[in-house]
Design a protein around this ligand. Structure first.
Ligand SMILES: [Zn+2]
Ligand SMILES: [Zn+2]
Length: 401
């Protein structure tokens, strides 16, 4: 929680300013352009508005912090961290052996889809105790100095690092804040996030005075402890992945977003953090795309795939949103002749990055040239083929009709 006094809310961007901040999309390849159509944006994204309700101005980020507009042009003028082939890795560095492996695997998979096009790597587990960082004693336990973690790991990060994100289980402190859940620095490209405040076990140590906000009430839970534990873990994972994506996005020189309801909105409290969506608004997506160069439709597909794989009920709304958005942009791609049955990346600016290696299945040569053996004919029949995500969507759509 932050301690400064309440500032008056600055004016939020108008609809015109939101669209203008996207920059000139007319020169983009059609397949990218269709992801920023004003009409679709109006349907799928909600412009940022302050939350109403009692005490909202006491807690909300937007009331307390200056969140200026930053257009795409300004973003590039400010010199965003470019992605180079020798500096393109997003490293996830667990700093506590008690962090479950499954949790880390989920972090890795999610980051790989969210930052599609970047090389994400999960590093072997380290221990913050070996980092010689400042540790503060609190009534509820210890608090690690987040700035110190970033500073100490800055010198340990591999040379090809784009982002070095530390993951800890203990609570984090930051100057001017009582605690932080995650923090990152785009100059050093390091960050750290903690699962402590989302962990029901850790929260048990808090006494009422330690925490000036109430976490949401537990949903009705099954008395079977395993189901209960699973539910708690799913919630912890859902919230952690949001923080992870938010903090890594900051390392792309992206500030907090005042435009739409967006993953990059600033948040002061757990409740406010919970309200913001898991996805990037068009302005933030445009900025990230211009740096990494991914195909937006392909990125949406990857995210849908990974969320489906997680089978986490807390992702239900997020998954529904991504599916709807994917359908919207794919429909438009059909209409505009920008649909690609095979995923082809159109980087806006060709980046000196690794070539995407696809596994090529070598076809057996027919015994006699010009003639296809019987088995080959059978295989080429589409009926038994595994469908790609796009094909599945088309089939689903056809079936609906
Ligand atoms: Zn932030
Ligand atoms: Zn945004």
């Amino acid at each position: 929680m932050e301690s400064c006094s309440v500032k008056p809310l600055k004016r939020l961007p108008t609809k015109k300013e939101c669209i203008k901040s996207l920059g000139d999309i007319s020169k983009l390849p059609k397949r990218l352009q269709i992801c920023f159509e004003e009409e679709d944006i109006d349907q799928q994204f909600i412009r940022k508005k302050p939350f109403s309700g009692p005490d909202c101005d006491t807690y909300e980020w937007i009331y307390r912090h200056d969140t200026p507009q930053q257009t795409l042009a300004e973003y590039h003028a400010d010199g965003p961290n470019k992605v180079y082939s020798n500096q393109c890795k997003v490293y996830l560095k667990p700093q506590d052996e008690k962090i479950p492996e499954y949790f880390l695997t989920c972090c890795f998979k999610y980051a790989k889809a969210f930052f599609h096009g970047m090389h994400v790597q999960l590093l072997p587990c380290g221990d913050w105790k070996n980092l010689d960082i400042k540790v503060y004693e609190k009534s509820y336990g210890i608090q690690l100095d987040s700035s110190d973690i970033m500073e100490k790991t800055f010198y340990k990060k591999p040379k090809d690092t784009y982002t070095y994100m530390n993951i800890v289980r203990d609570d984090l402190s930051r100057k001017g804040f009582g605690y932080v859940i995650g923090v990152s620095n785009f100059k050093s490209n390091t960050g750290v996030f903690s699962t402590a405040r989302y962990d029901p076990e850790w929260r048990k140590c808090l006494s009422p005075g330690d925490d000036d906000e109430e976490d949401e009430k537990e949903e009705e839970i099954s008395y079977e402890s395993l189901v209960h534990k699973q539910n708690q873990f799913n919630r912890l994972l859902f919230r952690s992945l949001k923080v992870l994506a938010h903090e890594i996005t900051h390392t792309f020189c992206m500030p907090h977003c005042p435009y739409y309801e967006c993953l990059m909105n600033g948040s002061n409290t757990i409740i406010e953090g919970k309200r913001k969506p898991m996805y990037l608004c068009p302005v933030c997506l445009r900025k990230m795309q211009s740096v990494i160069g991914f195909d937006i439709i392909e990125r949406y597909q990857k995210i849908v795939e990974v969320i489906e794989e997680l089978e986490n009920p807390f992702f239900e709304d997020t998954l529904a949103w991504y599916k709807e958005r994917l359908e919207q942009v794919e429909n438009r791609a059909f209409k505009e002749g920008a649909y690609k049955p095979y995923r082809i990346v159109h980087p806006e600016v060709p980046l000196p990055m690794k070539k995407v290696v696809r596994t090529v299945v070598k076809k057996k040569k027919p015994a006699r040239p010009g003639l296809m053996p019987k088995e080959e004919v059978k295989k080429s029949n589409t009926k038994g083929k595994k469908l790609t995500a796009i094909q599945r969507l088309i089939m689903e759509k056809k079936n609906k009709k």
